[in-house]
Design a protein. Sequence first.
Lengths: 111, 130
Amino acid sequence: MALSIVHRATGIALYFGTLLLAWWLIAAASGPTAYANVQAFTGSFIGKLIVFGYTWSLMHHLFSGIRHLVWDLGYGFKANEREALSWGALVAGISLTVLVWIIAYAVGGGR
Amino acid sequence: MSGPSSMRTPLARVRSLGASHSGTSDFWRQRLTAAAMVLLIVPVIVVVIMLLGRNQAGAAQILGSLPIAIILLLFIVASTWHMKIGMQVVIEDYVHHEKLKLASIMANNFFCFAVATASIYAILKLSSGV
């Protein structure tokens, strides 16, 4: 498994992705027009793609990061344990991304 | 300060300081902010889902409420700090030209502080309702 570079890549994606989060907060504080601009962007195809990618990066980085915290504590260094942790982080990251988007559509779509 | 006349051996001077010459504080803070975000991620996602499909007035009302503002402020501080340390590690790994490295690290600091300050300002503005 070569997930450590994915951990780094998702970290870099999240680094620049926070610009979107900051833009969204500033727009909410600025007024209806600014907020509508953000919503127009996040509602567009490319916007949705970016937010979906951001969600996956966040979820993958989270679980991959927990894997690193487990290693920091001195556990999970056997070959089979390393494999299990890496696959677990990959599967959990994808599953949670899909789950969050299903919940988001179920809740947000109804408004 | 610790020139040739120092009585301390080179080993004693660098012991526990590592290659960064400043000890393990960044290593520790990276784990500290990571653990903080493991705790904060569920409430943050709940807040984001609460805001979906709402207009600016509805979003502003939710973002300005006390517990939500505090959760978001904590998350902003933890994430921008974590970002700053993480990107610095990446820069130190790949940028070997000394001046370019210093400029990159400076830009990294500017970026993270700017994102943090702008986001914190937005939350405080929403909380005070001006």
